[in-house]
Ligand binder design. Structure first.
Ligand SMILES: NC(=O)c1ccc[n+]([C@@H]2O[C@H](COP(=O)([O-])OP(=O)(O)OC[C@H]3O[C@@H](n4cnc5c(N)ncnc54)[C@H](OP(=O)(O)O)[C@@H]3O)[C@@H](O)[C@H]2O)c1
Length: 270
């Protein structure tokens, strides 16, 4: 799909991957509506995008709230009268263990934003997308939607749900000419995911990517109708041990958790 002149919605555009993607879409000539909860941060993005052309707009919305998502649809109808691309990127990871007070609530909150946020936006905006075919939905999941990590069960649950739903929707929406892509980032330092441990690790730091790579993958998925992009690409290989040698995969998980616990202990005692 040629992006010039197309209308794109990017959720979670106030920082990190979403911000970079909005800027790159603007540079490609698209008209971009940026969505998030922090208005001041969205205004910064609008300012940066103003150099790339006009036709951009912002909507302050919590994707976990159906009323906010309905208001987003009204804004798109009134401002542009069409929608070509929806990028479901809003997400976070911050949870207490299940056995602690608030653990279940954290899981529900994570599902509500990371999974249902994408569902609400897609459901509400689908009539506009089907009226503007060929159109595109990109769901920004995670490698944690393919491989479970012991440090963040609620986050993994939300991303596994998003991956499964997104893949099934790819088949269902094909008949309507709405293309659905999955983008699965690995370790990418951002505000919500600083990747401090990975960056401090002598080996793991080589596996750390950047927001530009993810944005490139998102634009590539839209322009070339790619069903799936893992970023950085070599993370595809990380799925192999789980399929081919599950005991090895479980051993690696235990070692990762033990290393994390020991780091926490050391930082607590120093
Ligand atoms: N960075 C990584 O290593 C990594 C790896 C795999 C997957 N991902 C995924 O990539 C996506 C973007 O994350 P990021 O790394 O760019 O983190 P980030 O810099 O913290 O950005 C997260 C964005 O989501 C928005 N957001 C969070 N909850 C929201 C809600 N309820 N409604 C609307 N917007 C909401 C935040 O804006 P407001 O706070 O202003 O609402 C912010 O713009 C997420 O889905 C994340 O799970 C990231």
């Amino acid at each position: 799909m040629e992006l010039s002149g197309k209308v794109c919605v990017v959720t979670g555009a106030s920082s990190g991957i979403g911000r970079q993607t909005a800027l790159d879409l603007g540079r490609a000539g698209a008209r971009v509506c940026v969505v998030a909860r922090r208005e001041d941060r969205l205004r910064d993005v609008m300012e940066a995008m103003s150099e790339t052309g006009d036709g951009h707009s912002l909507v302050v919305a919590d994707v976990a709230k159906k009323g906010d998502v309905r208001a987003l649809k009204r804004h798109i109808e009134e401002t542009y009268g069409r929608l070509d691309v929806l990028i479901n990127n809003a997400g976070f990871s911050n949870e207490r263990p299940l056995w602690e007070r608030g653990g279940v609530g954290d899981l529900e909150k994570t599902m509500k934003t990371n999974f249902f946020g994408a569902v609400y936006c897609t459901a509400e905006l689908l009539p506009l997308l089907t009226a503007a075919t060929p159109s595109s939905v990109v769901n920004v999941a995670s490698i944690a939607g393919r491989l479970a990590f012991g440090g963040a069960p609620a986050y993994c649950a939300s991303k596994f749900a998003l991956v499964g739903w997104s893949e099934a929707m790819t088949f269902q929406l094909r008949s309507k000419d709405v293309h659905v892509s999955l983008v699965e980032p690995g370790l990418i330092p951002t505000e919500g995911f600083p990747q401090t441990d990975a960056l401090a690790d002598p080996i793991l730091r080589y596996a750390v990517g950047n927001v530009e790579q993810v944005s490139d993958a998102i634009l590539d998925a839209i322009q070339h109708r790619k069903p799936e992009r893992v970023v950085p690409r070599f993370y595809y290989l990380f799925q192999l041990p789980r399929i081919l040698a599950p005991p090895l995969y479980r051993l690696a998980q235990e070692k990762l958790l033990a290393a994390k616990a020991s780091r926490a202990l050391n930082s607590g005692s120093s």
